[in-house]
Every structure is written in C-alpha cells, then in structure tokens.
Design a protein around this ligand. Structure first.
Ligand code: SF4
Length: 205
C-alpha cells in the first residue's frame, strides 16, 4: 500500500464532492468534447461546442454528414485531425451505442485519456482518467519520481481507492486532480493555499 497516495486520494475526494463536473447533457456532447479538448483549453472547446449545437449538430448522425464540421470546430484547434476523429467516433457510436475501451482505442485520434474520459463521463463506466494534471500533482507532491506509463499510473491509483468505490468516486477524483492542478499546482506551485499541502510534506511511503 502507498500510504501517501492513499491519503492524497482521500483528501481529493473530500474536496471534490460533485461527480457531475464534466459539462454536457448528453453522451454526444460529453464524448465530442472529450475529442475537442485534446491539446487545448476548455474555453476553446466551449466555442466549438456552441458552434456545433447552434448549427443544429446535436447527434452523431448529423455530425457524420455535416459538411461544415471543420469550420464549426476550428476554435478548438487541430481541426482537421479532430474532425476525422469525431467522424470516426460518430460512426462507432452509430453502430455500437456502448463501445468498449478497445473499440475506442482502435479509432485514430483516440488515446487512453480520451477513451477513459468518454467511458467514465459519457457512458458511466468505472475507468480512471489520467492526464497531465494527475502526473504533475503526483510528481510535485513527491509521490512518483519517474515517468510512469499511463497504465502504470492508472493501476497505482486504482489500487489506492477507498473500498467499494463507484463510478461517481472516479468522476470526483479526476475532477479534483484537474481543479487542484488548475488552481494551485501550476508551473509555479501555490502550496501554501493548496488543500494537499500537508500531504506533500509527508514522507514518501
Ligand atoms: S500545489 Fe503544492 S501541495 Fe498542491 S498539489 Fe501542487 S505540489 Fe502538491
């Protein structure tokens, strides 16, 4: 057992109580935004999603056949790659409303972080999302010292979750990593205001 990681997870779950953190009111909106958020900030995702929804693109079928898809999602950047990934995702969801992780990972433009975000927040499946904030917090709080793979980090975190955790626990935990990362754990850290400060100062076991 990694006592320090276990305590950090407990603290994060105390801090973030809302599981409905990822914006979006449908599988279509949440899964599309998981593609759009790659390598950009959420403001740009919102602009792209507004363009889509304001143009009446609110389903996989409409997205798949929309000739202006690239124009609509341009604010999110990398719009050619993202439009390809969105069309591939639309095709998958139209044939398989509850795709597996393997099916998602087989799509071009969908990596582990995007696949797990879609599974967790759009489909309510018990997956843990690992992102840059998760890594940075664990590194800067001296819990990991080397570059771990996505799967290593995911296994490490899943092994320290409270007993009987559920989908909402995983949603809250990822949300907490992101929000703590945005507010306190930037390039220059604000440890003295951060709810994890006491944990950072502990030994590593
Ligand atoms: S701001 Fe400091 S205490 Fe908070 S997560 Fe980052 S390193 Fe840890």
């Amino acid at each position: 057992m990694n006592e320090k990681l276990h305590t950090l997870i407990e603290k994060l779950l105390e801090w973030q109580t809302d599981p409905d953190w990822w914006p979006g009111s449908s599988v279509f909106e949440i899964a599309s935004s998981a593609i759009l958020t790659q390598n950009t900030n959420w403001n740009n995702v919102e602009k792209a999603m507004h363009n889509l929804l304001d143009s009446g693109i609110d389903s996989w079928e409409k997205l798949l056949y929309d000739e202006d898809l690239e124009k609509h999602i341009r604010p999110a950047g990398f719009y050619q790659n993202k439009s390809r990934a969105l069309r591939a995702l639309a095709g998958l969801f139209l044939s398989t409303p509850e795709p597996t992780r393997t099916q998602l990972l087989n799509l071009r433009g969908v990596g582990p972080e995007t696949a797990d975000s879609i599974l967790l927040y759009a489909l309510n499946k018990p997956e843990m999302v690992i992102d840059a904030y998760t890594r940075r917090i664990l590194e800067k709080c001296n819990i990991i010292t080397k570059k771990c793979s996505y799967d290593e980090l995911k296994t490490m975190i899943l092994g320290e979750l409270p007993a009987h955790y559920d989908v909402n626990t995983l949603k809250r935990l990822h949300a907490a990593f992101v929000e703590i990362g945005k507010r306190y754990c930037k390039k220059t850290t604000k440890c003295n205001c951060c709810p994890l400060e006491a944990i950072k100062e502990r030994g590593t076991s």
